[in-house]
Design a protein around this ligand. Structure first.
Ligand code: XLS
Ligand code: NI
Ligand code: NI
Length: 433
């Protein structure tokens, strides 16, 4: 037990009318949405790194948070894990996510870091036995240590590639051991700072081989979870190879992995790539890649990944509508890859940031589900393409350019433009959200 959260009781659903700040107003785990418990629809996860490892620094100043578990020892790491499970007990969210570096102290050598990691995986495994909290995904931190400054799998130095392999192997083993439902790869430094010193062809070839090895290892070890890539266009790299969903799809095709790997889509990364969150989700679904989401927003003006907790119901409703269209989560979930603002010092801030975010997501899910169940939007969408369902039109897609051209001439086609009805659909949307 730590006394960090002392005095904060487990948060319960009390409904929208409650005056209690430490209550859920909309997130009611047992309430059915589209026939499924809200908890099972949303599958919330707390991110170990932002909630427990982040010291509150920014480019202009260092640590603002004073957590009793900050330090480099195994004792400190164990206290951090204790605090994490105390937060999980307060929130009651079903999942968490971690990187190796979040849960263990850095060792004097690479080998010692791995040993520390294994010790902490044991410790967390024992803690999990006493709770209902599960692991949504594990991942490797291949971006903080200076050895990775020029990339991990894409590094010009083959020894770094080997260290990255050892770290990913250890993290995959840990994820499997802890019953993780996915394994995530986010390539923060798999990219470049300048093309002047970069061999793009080689680096992406290395990344492809690395991912093939990861997939191969998954099959060898019998890991049942999904392998997910988390796209991001830049930051910390000037250019990141896993730029967005479309780029990842091309990469997977190139290495024959499009049926092996899915994506974890982060709201803030979508925005950085010049897309909307829902665009990335819809494209992933269309390409058969939809896996999981990182639900943290950017500041719309700042131009970097500010990792803020979601606070905007209409925006999140667009996202959950796409999740519903995708058929809902299978192994994936809603990970709050979000951190407090650096002035939010208190234990209560950490709890309430999650509580508010869970409520926002619950409202968004309910609105999206109501719109889905109403069916008018999907009827309008399907109606727009209905002519394509007719056999003579389907036949064109199996035909060739000259024959299709001939049809246009022979039948003197003169298609009448039809309204796209955007504003009417926006009005429909706004009746639900
Ligand atoms: C950083 C990423 C990172 C991944 C996990 O921008 O979002 O936090 O989710 O490595
Ligand atoms: Ni991010
Ligand atoms: Ni993320």
């Amino acid at each position: 037990m730590t006394d960090f959260f002392k005095g904060i009781a487990p948060v319960r659903y009390e409904g929208p009318q409650t005056a209690n700040e430490f209550a859920f107003r909309h997130y009611n785990p047992d309430e059915l949405v589209m026939g499924k418990r809200m908890e099972d629809q949303l599958r919330f996860a707390v991110a170990w790194w932002h909630s427990f490892a982040w010291p509150g620094g920014d480019p202009f100043g260092g640590q603002t948070f004073e957590r009793p578990w900050f330090g480099d020892s195994m004792d400190a790491a164990r206290m951090k894990a204790d605090a994490a499970f105390e937060l999980f007990a307060i929130l009651g969210q079903p999942f968490f996510c971690f990187h190796d570096a979040d849960i263990r102290p850095e060792g004097a050598t690479f080998a010692e870091s791995l040993r520390n990691f294994e010790g902490m995986v044991d410790y967390i495994g024992r803690k999990m036995e006493g709770t209902r909290t599960k692991l949504l995904w594990g991942t490797a931190n291949l971006f903080s240590h200076r050895r990775y400054m020029a990339g991990a799998a894409t590094n010009p130095d083959p020894e770094v590639f080997a260290c990255a392999a050892a770290t990913v192997k250890a993290c995959m083993d840990a994820t499997q051991r802890l019953g993780g439902q996915n394994y995530v790869l986010w390539g923060g430094r798999e990219g470049y700072e300048t093309l002047l010193n970069t061999d793009l062809g080689r680096e992406t070839e290395q990344a492809g081989r690395f991912l093939q090895m990861v997939v191969d290892y998954k099959h060898k070890t019998g890991f049942k979870g999904a392998i997910l890539i988390e796209p991001k266009p830049q930051e910390p790299s000037k250019h990141q190879y896993d730029y967005d969903v479309a780029t990842v799809y091309g990469f997977l095709k190139r290495f024959g992995l499009e049926n092996e790997v899915k994506v974890n889509i982060e709201q803030g990364h979508a925005i950085l790539a010049g897309h909307s969150f829902e665009h990335e989700l819809a494209l992933a679904t269309a390409l058969g890649l939809f896996g999981s989401i990182d639900m943290n927003r950017n500041d719309m003006q700042s131009g970097w990944d500010t990792d803020q907790f979601p606070d905007n119901v209409p925006e999140m409703a667009r996202a959950y509508y796409e999740v519903i269209r995708a058929g809902g989560f299978t192994t994936g979930g809603t990970n709050f890859d979000a951190k407090l603002r650096r002035q939010s010092l208190d234990a209560g801030d950490l709890v309430l940031a999650h509580v508010g975010a869970m409520d926002v997501c619950a409202r968004a899910l309910k609105a999206a589900a109501a719109l889905w169940q109403d069916g008018a939007l999907e009827r309008a969408r399907a109606g727009r393409y209905a002519a394509w369902d007719r056999p003579e039109n389907q036949a064109m897609l199996g035909s060739d350019l000259a024959s299709v051209a001939q049809r246009a001439v022979k039948e003197s086609l003169n298609p009448a433009p039809k309204s796209g009805r955007q504003e009417r659909l926006e009005n429909l949307w706004n009746r639900f959200v």
